[in-house]
Design a protein around this ligand. Structure first.
Ligand code: HPA
Ligand code: ZN
Length: 342
């Protein structure tokens, strides 16, 4: 038995998986400055503080404008390598055993960077982190939903050569006005090629988009999913089919998807029996990595150690790991719990 442990330390130490994380959203101002310097790119901001100052947004589009500007500095394979290595070090230090990482190739190929530069840089960092830190990873390639389906199709073709290194395809960027139906064909092709599918849905967009993602894109998980609660039948279907939601509390707060964390629907989702997980989304922009998300939501919603255990367990169950790997990580989680809970 472990002696006295605070709920905060329990959260920090608990083994967990992260399933909703945009690698471009982990770009900390310090690293941005360093990479801009070595690529001789002139930043508008003169200091790290000024970059952080510019992180003021009140909706998804305002955020995306800043996020794409930051991502525009990434040029060489080493840039993607350094970005990914920094995130994985942070994640491992927060007891993340496994992370499924989104990347947005179109943000880079659209300005002349090769697809291979992006994937190889990320992939090498993942392989090295596995060796050095023991952290396991998966990659999810997102299509930008504000671009057209032809562009997504070209990106899928690029990805076919990396089929064994990319677990799934997803859908991100500006949600409203860009419903899942727009990407039906490219998702069909992706599934035929053996990719799993996920999609952002119900973040700013309506429950209807979540339904479309399920029915037309046949997704295995919904990223965010907040608005699924507006449609009782839809939520029932997600519960019945055990479709996970990858919820991102601090992101929702910063992008004003919720007015306050006290009003975040996470607790309601858990009480209804949805398979929810807690994730950081774009931690460099939203004020916290995965543990800060767990800590903030625990405080705001008065979650118990049993709730935290449930969230961590869900994170492994909702992952794209093989069953044997899930069992391994669940065993480590169990071992942690056996030592005692607050
Ligand atoms: N939503 C949509 N697109 C994104 C996000 C998000 O939270 N983060 C990075 N791209
Ligand atoms: Zn996201």
């Amino acid at each position: 038995m472990r002696k006295e442990i605070s709920i905060e330390d329990f959260i920090r130490g608990i083994p967990k998986a992260e399933l909703h994380l945009h690698i471009e959203g982990t770009f900390e101002p310090e690293l941005m400055f360093e990479i801009a310097g070595r690529n001789t790119i002139q930043l508008k901001q003169k200091s790290i503080e000024e970059i952080r100052e510019a992180y003021k947004f009140s909706n998804l589009q305002d955020f995306l404008d800043i996020y794409y500007q930051g991502a525009g500095i990434l040029t060489e394979e080493k840039d993607f390598y350094d970005l990914t290595s920094a995130y994985l070090e942070k994640a491992a230090s927060q007891n993340v055993l496994h992370s499924e990482i989104f990347f947005d190739p179109q943000t880079h190929t659209g300005r002349g960077i090769k697809f291979s530069t992006v994937v190889n840089g990320i992939q090498k960092a993942c392989a090295d982190a596995r060796e050095k830190l023991g952290i396991s990873t998966g990659l999810i390639m997102c299509f930008l939903r504000d671009l057209d389906e032809t562009d997504a199709m070209k990106t899928l073709e690029d990805a076919l050569a990396y089929r064994d290194r990319i677990a799934a395809v997803g859908l991100d960027s500006a949600e409203i006005g860009n419903p899942p139906a727009k990407f039906r064909e490219v998702f069909n092709r992706a599934r035929d090629a053996g990719f799993l599918t996920v999609a952002h849905g119900g973040e700013e967009g309506p429950a209807e988009y979540v339904r479309e993602a399920l029915e037309l894109l046949k997704v295995s998980r919904i990223d965010h999913g907040n608005h699924c609660l507006d449609d009782y039948e839809l939520a029932e279907e997600l519960i019945r089919r055990r479709i996970p939601l990858t919820v991102c509390p601090l992101s929702n707060l910063r992008l004003k998807v919720v007015d306050s964390l006290e009003r975040h629907p996470l607790r309601i989702m858990m009480e209804r029996g949805l398979l929810v997980t807690v994730n950081s989304d774009d931690p460099a922009y939203f004020g916290g990595y995965i543990n800060e998300n767990y800590l903030a939501v625990t405080k705001a919603l008065d979650l118990t150690a049993a709730d935290i255990y449930r969230l961590a367990k869900n994170s492994f169950e909702a992952s794209f790991l093989k069953q044997s790997e899930k069992d391994n990580m669940l065993a480590r989680l169990h071992e942690y719990i056996e030592k005692g809970i607050p």
